[in-house]
Design a binder for this molecule. Sequence first.
Ligand code: FAD
Length: 427
Amino acid sequence: MGRAFVYVILGGGVTAGYAALEFTRKGVQPGELCIISEESVAPYERPALSKGYLLPEAPARLPAFHTCVGAIDERLTPKWYKEHGIELVLGTRVKAADLRRKTLLTATGETISYKTLIIATGARALKLEEFGIRGAGAENICYLRSLSDANKLVDVMKASSGGHAVVIGGGYIGMECAAALVTNRIRVTMVFPEAHCMARLFTPKIADFYEEYYESKGVNFIKGTVLASFENNSDGKVMAVILRDGTRVPTDMVVVGIGITPNTSLFEGQLTMDKGGIKVNGQMQTSNSSVYAVGDVAAFPVKLFGGGVRRLEHVDSARQTARHAVSAIMEPGKTREFDYLPFFYSRVFGLSWQFYGDNRGEVVHYGDFAGARFGAYWVDRGRVVGAFLEGGDREEYEAIAKVIRLKIEVKDLAELETQGLNFAVQV
Ligand code: FAD
C-alpha cells in the first residue's frame, strides 16, 4: 500500500508550516505536497508552549497559534491545508527512510514516496534516563518539546499549585519554565552545573541581572552541581531531588530542560552529517540532491561567519531555512545562497531580549542594568560580531541587527561602551 507525492515534508513542526505556506506562494498544485508528522495537530508555533500556553489566566490554545502567526503571517489551520490540497498525515511516525528508492515507511505500515523530500524532523528533548538517572520516569517529572508535553506540564502544575518545583537545567527551557511556574504560584529551585544561567550565550554580568530578577520573584538557584537521584514515594511520584553534593530538595514536581538532540537517526549512513545534524549547502540541499533539510536538524553554512557551518536551535532560523529550501526547490537557479543572520530571543516575566550574530571575542556591556535596559556587543578582530539588547523597541532591535549585518568596525572599546546603544542607533 502506498501513496506518491511530488514533495514530502517529514516532520510537522515550525518549519513544516512555514514551508507549506511558501510552497503555496510558489505555486504548488493541489495533491502535490504531503506533510507527515508524529504529532496529532497541524504545525504550530512551538515557542508558545513555554510562554502563552503556560499562563494561569487566558492561556494560549490551538488553533490560536498555528504557524505562521509568529511571523505575523497567515494562520494555517487544518482547513487551510485542506483548501490548498495539502495532505496532512498526522499522528504518524516515519520509522524508516530509503533515500535511494525515495520512500518513507510509516509506523502504520504505509509507504509514501516522493520526488523531493524536506527533512523537518527537528529535535527531541534529552532525557535523564540517558544519563543513568533512576526513577526518571515518574509521573510528576515533565519535559517540554511537544504539545502533549505541554499538556502534561499544565496538569502537573495544577496539581502542584501552591507547592514547590525543581527545574533541572539553566538554558532556555529551564528559564522560561521557571518563570511560568512562578506565575502559576509555584516556588522554584533551579539546579544546573554551570556557574550561571544561559551559559552558552550570556556573559556572567548579563546572567547576574536575570538571576537577581528571578530571585526577586522567589526563585532559588543552586549552581555548579547536578542531579544525582530522585526520592520517590510509594506511588512512584518524586518527593525530593538529591544533588551530587548531597543536598536534598523536597519538591512536588520536576521540570527537566537539559538540552536537545536533533532527530537524524533515520538518515545516519545515508546523508552527510555535521555538527550533530544533517549537513546542507546554501540551498538547504543535503548530500543527496533530492533531499533538503531545514530547522533544528540542519547544519548550514553561515556566510556572515565566513561560511562556517552552524546548526541553530531557534525559531527564526527554522522559519527562514524552511522558506529558503522551498525557494530553492521551486525556483532552482534563481535562489541565491542562504545568507542568514543568527537571531535568538526570549521573553520571561515582563522582560524581553534579542541577540544577533555570534558571541565570540571581547565583550563590551552598556546601559542601565538596574533599569532593565542594557546590552552588550561582542567584538572580534576589530569588528562587532554579536549584539544583545534587553528592553529595546523595534527600531533599536533593528539597529543592533544592522550593526552585525554590516560588521561595523570598532577602534576603541571604551568609546563603544560610552556610546552604548547610540552606537547602533546612529549606524
Ligand atoms: P520542530 O518544531 O521540533 O518540529 C519537528 C517535527 O517533526 C515534530 O512535529 C515532530 O513530531 C516531527 N517528527 C520528528 N521525527 C519524526 C518522525 N520520524 N516521523 C514523523 N514526524 C517526526 N526558539 C527561539 O528562537 N525562541 C524561543 O523563545 C523559543 N522557545 C521555545 C520554547 C519551547 C518550549 C521549545 C520546545 C522550543 C523553543 N524554541 C525557541 C525553539 C524552536 O521552537 C525550534 O527551533 C523550532 O521548533 C524548530 O523547528 P523544526 O521544524 O526544525 O522542529
